[in-house]
Design a protein around this ligand. Structure first.
Ligand code: DQA
Length: 145
């Protein structure tokens, strides 16, 4: 089974960007932890700072790459992007929304997610572990199908 972990803007700086909010682990370390936790699952990773590239990645995962599910941290696009919400609604594979920080406890603008209604669930506030929990939730869901 293939799972795509998709990261949006500024998440290429993970480990160095505001570590008091987002933690000090790099994405490479987080991916290493996930690969060790789920050795039988193929984990793909893609990050972009550009909205259109994230939309292309969602389309590609569904149309060409035989991806079974997506763990998506859309970064700040979470709070603004109808285009990403449309792309998630279009692809016929489950998408779990994840955030490192507890967005519900932050500024009012971060309490709204444009993508939550079209995702199958949201995991937020567990730091780097949010990604692993997202993969776990997806695998449980997909194996039940
Ligand atoms: C984030 C939360 C967003 O509000 C923010 O813009 C990010 C990271 C998180 O993982 O906590 O870039 O998605």
């Amino acid at each position: 089974m293939k799972i795509l972990i998709l990261n949006g803007p500024n998440l290429n700086l993970l480990g160095r960007r505001q570590p008091e909010i987002y933690g000090s682990k790099s994405m490479e370390e987080i991916l290493g932890d996930i690969t060790r936790a789920y050795p039988e699952t193929e984990i793909e990773y893609f990050q972009s700072n550009h909205e259109g590239e994230l939309i292309d990645a969602l389309h590609r995962a569904w149309l060409h790459d035989n991806v079974s599910g997506i763990v998506f941290n859309a970064g700040a696009y979470t709070h603004t992007s109808i285009a990403l919400a449309d792309a998630i609604a279009a692809v016929e594979i489950p998408v779990v929304e994840v955030h490192l920080s507890n967005v519900s406890a932050r500024e009012p603008v971060r309490r709204q997610s444009m993508i939550a209604p079209v995702c199958c669930g949201t995991i937020a506030g567990f730091g780097a572990d949010s990604y692993r929990l997202g993969v776990e939730a997806l695998l449980k869901m997909l194996c039940k199908e």
